[in-house]
Design a protein around this ligand. Sequence first.
Ligand code: BG6
Length: 508
Amino acid sequence: MKKIDNQALVIFGASGDLTYRKLVPSVFDLYMNDSLPEGYAVLGVSRSKYTDAEFRRKMKEGIKQFSHFKNAAAERINSFLKRLFYLSIDTQKSEDYELVKNRLKELNRKLDLHHNYIFYLSTPPQLYPIIPKYLYGQGLTLQQKGFRRIIIEKPFGHDLESAMELNRSLTDFFSEEQIYRIDHYLGKETVQNLLVTRFSNGIFEPLWNRNYIQHVEITAAESIGVEGRGGYYDTSGAMRDMVQNHLLQVASLVAMEPPAKVTAEEIRHEKLKVFRSLRPLSDEDLRNNIIRGQYTESHVKGKFLAGYRDEEGVDKDSRTETYFAMKFFIDNWRWSGVPFYIRTGKRLPTRVSEIVIHFRPSPTQLFKSVDGAVEAGNQLIMRIQPDEGILLKTGMKVPGNGYEVRSVNVDFHYSDLKDHYIPEAYERLILDCMTGDNTLYMSGEGAELTWRFVQPILDYWNSDPNAPLYGYPSGSWGPESADQLIEGAGTWRYPCKNLSDDGIYCEL
Ligand code: BG6
């Protein structure tokens, strides 16, 4: 592993949920894995008034709930907490940034941070253009003595125009190579494994194209609802929340060409080529190939679940989608004519994210399956979460006379490995930023290209009051019309918690 230089992580929005649940617990995981340098500090910055001691107490609770090492010995936790500091400022006031500069100077003297700072923006997005400007005002973005990097949380813009505007305002004060646009899906171990599976095995890549693949299915299902985030979610919806970023990023890793080298530049370049090849959505696509839904009240496992419109912070007449499915194409040599289906939603039967590669069936159908149906094609399922692993569905002969075929599973589960520490996405991504590796972060152009692709959907929904929004009962697999979307290609896979199981009712 690269040697990591001394440095500080400065978190803006440190009193918020993300810092408590994800960021500090992930830095603690790095500490427990001996990945932090000798000189290291976390400086939390927010408007709330905490002392260092109060901030440490709060973060200790976060660590005990959300870290991989929640049961670590008290002295280990306490010695880590000594590296945490807090500063209360009004982030909207330029003069308050002098306090940030002074506090960093003092920490530098005490902890020998080599003037290396990562600024993490975990604030409401309205502050994204402001903080860089005021940091610049204090000379804190200039890399004269140490490095200066900035991590931007999602949402990266609200639409194409705001994403372009945000890119412009960031690059006024930071150069592109200092900017780390986070997409936590890319930090997931199993998402990165996509590249390794594809490019380190001789058997998959020759088949990975329009000649052998019939269609590709990508699912990110959640069983939770909006969980107290109704205010934010109602202005966002599933398409902005999950598709423009996470799922299109995953699709680009499924679809990209092999990079010339495993470097940030080469991998990002190949991903950009995929985004540039996305077939622009026509009016017909908007009408026929996009399904949006909203969950309605229902009883699941004997428990009453409120409908989306009754959630706190949600408009009573809201037309925001909590479910989204679409069919699209990538117009390039490899993928010409191969449909990609994406689906995501809240209050679905289970939490699961996976990619299913549907191979074409064998050219002659010699055998029938047990129920008399013709053979289905093989499926390769790459499970992102939970029960991380890989599953290949393949046809085998049913023992006995005759030649009946049954689809059986060839599976690998990460949990079968003796040592299968799977780092949290944030742990991996923060570590990468510490070493200056932005491979797993979104480029400015990538963010704009994905917004450009989905913008017609937003325009259609905004301008056409008849654009359909389907209700679906909480705990179901979404609106029925989503099944019609995929009909020509078969059905969606209905995954269960366990990678090897599937079926529409498995979690009920
Ligand atoms: C976030 C979304 O980016 O991803 C949430 O804002 C969603 O709405 C979450 O719940 C899903 O992430 P994960 O890692 O649980 O699949």
